[in-house]
Design a protein around this ligand. Structure first.
Ligand SMILES: [Ca+2]
Ligand SMILES: [Ca+2]
Length: 408
């Protein structure tokens, strides 16, 4: 049984944490929300024992954000994050200081669309490029509104911007006008060990596009660092894998180099996939495993790759990362996944060959609300971001937050 122990008589270390949080609040940059008057609804520091026995200290590092989407490490150890409205910030995790570095221009935020993934050029900061994928167009929308409307007008694009003198500057469009929608724009970005840029792109609610080899929707794309189709791609275009519905998380395994993705299912099964070159992942003929009579023929004829794990029914699997540190006992060799509707962090234990999932654990169910992203630090701590102001959550005063988990 997991026990949540509210912060009791403060230890010296806990006092130090509170001091850090107080300093963080004072140091928040203009433009970042300040913590409102009165205590946040959630305690800022707690200790937790997970079902598998890991003891964690749980701390709010920064609060009063608005729908954090992607978090990535810069080479200097700062944590950069996007907010769906277009804002880009960096976070000094040692002090909690947030510095806004700019905004991606022209972002449309409606329902699930907006500013999503970011990635650093592998030679950053010598090559000061930062890649972003975002929605645009669809005039007349209302930020955070739910559901469809004007779906034909929303588009997605891949851009890169330069980071100069502490600010984002210029914008270069690398892929323009990918069909978008209020929903299913899922666009994660990650640099591979081959120094190529991998990008997921949702089906934009036009499910048939996932099986259309002339469309970038419902695919994982593999691109050069200047946005062209990468050499060695299976079909001579940008497509790396296909048959995807809406993938919001991509991460390379640090030892095997395998690419893992999360994918929102329709309602039966969310997926965790291991992405292989040129393979078909089934959507829309197949959701999750090949386990329905009407899925089986397509699975056979298209040689569909089944997920390495499913969440059934769906929980909105979003950002993911891979834990290879020894720091938190029992966590080495895990996939960590944020869940939106499931309002949880999932920890999946990978087999020794990293090809299958041997067990799973659901953490923090309901405690922080909707979770958008998870990011593992080099010191073995883990950062998670909430998404309670995305139009589907029930935000508390402190939302949205970036929360740190570390060994207690
Ligand atoms: Ca699939
Ligand atoms: Ca199925």
């Amino acid at each position: 049984m997991r026990t949540l122990q509210p912060f009791g008589f403060p230890t010296l270390a806990a006092w130090a944490t509170l001091v850090v949080i107080a300093q963080m609040t004072a140091a928040e940059a203009p433009g970042q929300g300040r913590r409102g008057r009165g205590a946040p609804a959630a305690p800022e520091t707690t200790t937790v024992t997970t079902p598998s026995g890991a003891r964690l200290r749980v701390e709010t590092v920064v609060d009063s954000l608005n729908t954090v989407w992607d978090m990535k490490w810069a080479p200097d150890g700062e944590l950069w994050f996007t907010e769906r409205s277009g804002r880009v910030s960096r976070l000094d995790v040692a002090t909690g200081k947030v510095t806004r570095v700019g905004a991606v221009p022209g972002v449309t935020q409606r329902s699930e669309s907006g500013l999503m993934g970011l990635a650093f050029h592998p030679d950053f900061p010598r090559e000061p490029w930062i890649y972003f994928v975002h929605s645009f167009g669809g005039a007349g929308g209302r930020a955070g509104a739910r559901g469809g409307g004007a779906r034909a007008a929303i588009r997605n694009r891949l851009v890169r911007m330069r980071y100069e003198e502490g600010k984002l500057a210029g914008v270069e469009t690398l892929i323009d006008s990918i069909p978008g929608a209020s929903n299913h724009d899922g666009a994660a970005l990650v640099i591979g060990p081959d120094r190529m840029l991998y990008m997921s792109m949702g089906d934009a609610t036009r499910r048939e596009l996932a099986q259309d080899s002339s469309s970038l929707n419902g695919k994982v794309l593999r691109l050069t660092l200047d946005g062209r189709s990468a050499p060695g791609n299976p079909f001579g275009n940008a497509i790396w894998s296909w048959g995807h519905r809406n993938s919001q998380g991509l991460a390379f395994h640090p030892t095997t180099g395998a690419l893992f993705s999360s994918e929102h299912g329709e309602d039966a099964e969310d997926e965790v996939n291991r992405i292989d070159r040129g393979r078909n992942y089934g959507w829309p003929a197949v959701e999750g495993m090949c386990n329905q009579a009407e899925e089986e023929e397509f699975c056979r004829t298209a040689i569909v790759v089944q997920p390495v794990w499913v969440a059934a029914p769906t929980v909105g699997l979003s950002g993911l990362d891979i834990y290879e540190s020894e720091t938190i006992p029992g966590w080495k060799g895990s996939l960590l996944l944020a869940s939106l509707a499931g309002r949880s962090l999932y920890r999946l234990t990978l087999s020794g060959d990293k090809r299958t999932v041997t067990s799973s654990e659901r953490l923090f169910e309901g405690e922080f609300g909707r979770l958008r992203d998870v990011l593992v630090a080099s010191d073995g701590s883990v950062y998670i971001a909430t998404s309670n102001r995305d139009g589907r959550g029930r935000p508390v005063r402190a939302d949205d937050r970036i929360i740190r988990l570390r060994r207690f």
